[in-house]
Design a protein around this ligand. Structure first.
Ligand SMILES: [Zn+2]
Length: 258
């Protein structure tokens, strides 16, 4: 049995490069064998990539998140295009819209989102999508601009009706530790109606720690807890679910299934 953590902010869990490698090692000990390290900011992408260079089971995304809309950095577009040349960069992300925290204004967030969707199309990569209180706009934009390699709605937090619309676009749905929260009724309902081949799992570490570890800083090593909850909710054997999630993740990121 092995797990694929499709979304971890390894650079935010700990600063020290040695400790980052320990986080990956500890994940491996509980069969979290692959991790996608999500770009926190273009300002430190190269540093995090360098820190994790020796970890051949770690892949990377690169992009400007809505939180950086006012300060993506000089030459950010070129920087993204350069960064995807690094081996093991497998996606553009996380990108999207966040109306909850009101970064910049809506118009500039939308422009940034669309520009990066077009970059993903040009570079032939899938996208990792962040959505907070912007579900309607996100789908509207994706209807016209979803790159051919597709996208994943990460840390899925919407309801079943929304999922239905997202399925029409052939999107993937990635579930994080909040799936384990008792009050996350909409997630419990949604996951049971989704086709299992559209589901991914993620830690979203250091955020969204599973209920069992509430109060702790989340890490990829806690991902199997979320997987266990998921298996119960959709009434699947844990190892069959793990195999399915692994296969889905490899397919989404264009990686060999081994
Ligand atoms: Zn994230």
């Amino acid at each position: 049995m092995q797990y694929f953590d499709t979304h971890a902010h390894l650079g935010l869990i700990v600063d020290d490069p040695i400790e980052q490698l320990i986080v990956i090692q500890e994940a491996r000990q509980v069969c979290v064998n692959r991790i996608v390290s999500i770009c926190n900011s273009l300002h430190d992408f190269a540093q995090v990539y360098e820190n994790l260079k020796s970890a051949s089971n770690v892949y990377h995304s690169v992009g400007v998140s809505p939180s950086e809309v006012q300060n993506p950095g000089k030459g950010w577009l070129q920087l993204i295009e350069q960064s995807v040349q690094y081996p093991r960069v497998v996606a553009i992300g996380e990108i999207g819209l966040d109306y909850y925290r009101k970064f910049g204004d809506k118009k500039s967030q939308i422009e940034l989102f669309i520009t990066q969707l077009d970059i993903a199309t040009k570079l032939n990569l899938p996208v990792i999508i962040h959505n907070r209180d912007a579900g309607h706009d996100v789908l509207d934009i994706l209807r016209d601009r979803l790159p051919p390699k597709g996208g994943v709605l990460h840390c899925y937090s919407e309801d079943g009706a929304y999922a239905q619309k997202a399925l029409d676009l052939n999107l993937f749905f990635s579930f994080a530790g909040n799936l384990t929260y008792k009050n996350a009724k909409n997630l419990h309902e949604t996951i049971s109606v989704l086709p299992v081949d559209r589901i991914l799992i993620e830690s979203e570490s250091p955020f969204m720690v599973p209920a069992d570890y509430r109060g702790k800083r989340n890490m990829p090593k806690y991902l199997p807890i979320t997987a266990r909850y998921m298996a119960n909710m959709i009434d699947m054997e844990e190892d069959a679910l793990a195999a399915q999630l692994w296969e889905n993740s490899c397919k989404f990121f264009g990686l060999p299934n081994e």
